[in-house]
Write a protein that binds this ligand. Sequence first.
Ligand SMILES: [Zn+2]
Length: 552
Amino acid sequence: MLLKSRREEPVPIPVGCDRDHPQITQITHQKRVGTSEVFDRRTSKYSHQAKVPSTKDKARSTMTEWETIIGLEIHAQLSTESKIFCGCSTRFGDEPNANTCPVCLGLPGALPVLNKRAVELGARAALALGLQINNCSIFARKNYFYPDLPKGYQISQYDQPFSANGELEIMTAERDQAGHPVQWRSKKIRITRLHLEEDAGKNVHEGLPDVDRFSYIDLNRAGTPLAEIVTEPEFRSSWEAYDYVNHVRRTLQWVGASEADMEKGNLRCEANVSVRRKGDQTFGTKVELKNLNSVRFMQRAIEYEITRQVGVLESGGRLVQETRLWDDRAMETRTMRSKEEAHDYRYFPEPDLPPLIVSDQFIEHVRSSLPELPEARRKRFMDQYGLSFADASQLTAERALADYYERAAEASGNPKAAANWIRSELLRELETAGISADASPVKPENLAALVRLIDEGKISGKQGKEVLVDMFGTGDSPTAIIKKRGLVQLSDTGEIDRLIDEVIAGNQAQLAQYRSGKEALFGFFVGQVLKASKGKANPKIVNDRLREKLRG
Ligand SMILES: [Zn+2]
């Protein structure tokens, strides 16, 4: 059942609201978007604002004189089965308001009880991201009004957060025009804090009757546990921010703390962006970007915002501290509201919850239960298996894939070949089928067996590709498929010699050219012999025999 309330004329967003509310804000600003006006809650008036720069302005501006400062906030939904302060299910997609109770509806007298699993998953996230967990942290009320927040406050943490003082090493690179990384380098990112809090519900404004007159509220999400992860203003480009968010996403998934899927909304991201002239010590006016529904959109929004801010400042304008929404259709940011300060929320310690005390023993227990983290594993793959940075990075993109690779590498006795087969052939099949490595019909042991058969010269690499596709479809072992298809690599020198003689006899002109010094034709002859063998001839033997025969 959806709760329904009559909607009045659109009003500006109320004081103190600090979350994504795209539907609401779209409605609120229907009349305002495009007029370059901003609402100032202190004076309750709209004021004019500098225009967004055109592409021409962008070309004229001297971007190299400016420095960009970016800080990021990530909200990650922790993968608990029940909510953070009550026993309601966190299942996604259930009937609206089915998963609610007096606690998450904020009914008078209902008392919250902290979910231990949320604390464990928060600890996994914090330790994996290099933060220090505080033995004592305090839940605090963040007061504001919004229809999807029935209590009138959110239980969050303020001056004594769950964890703080993190340092995380990430790999980052600028990208060229085509979007390819230019040069990977490592960068240390200071993470200010990771704290625990509850999510709000959702306003629904689409696909329901009378949506022009009514707002609908679904409180299934209210009380879902979140980890809010805040960085220092560490990033100097949109790509650094992009690489960081991907790093955090992968790490949270890796340790099982969050599904961290931006499309499902269980990872949300906000960016604080400002610019200043190079050499300036003070920060410029910062703008908060919201509604960033993918990492790529976040990168584009930041890029757009840098250009806009530089354009405003270079044309003598002044920036307003505000929140802007990214519109991914128009590919631009738009004013949402002026930004409130922390003191607007009237934070105070949550009287219904005791301080959260975690022992060193608990922290060590969680730490020792963490798997080897992606960065460490990438480095180990490079050292232990001789993989390149690009290969090792791709194979540690997901934990299931890294596990798969490691089993195949060990069993094949040829870790580099195993890496190549996974990257070039298997991943393509997995992607087409839309499944992850742990569900692959080709078991790592069978992929390793295939690599060995090729190394031993039993089948050619070309035949190997055919076998892999068959393995993917049937789940059979490579030996069974080779037998079934009658695939045997031709290694009989007598038979290969016969094919070579035929090819030479049929290409006398090329033979004469080759013998008069045009050595590049060697490849032509190899190709002809392999073709004559229908791809079955062992390339190494063909090479050796051809060289001898062509010499005459
Ligand atoms: Zn509940």
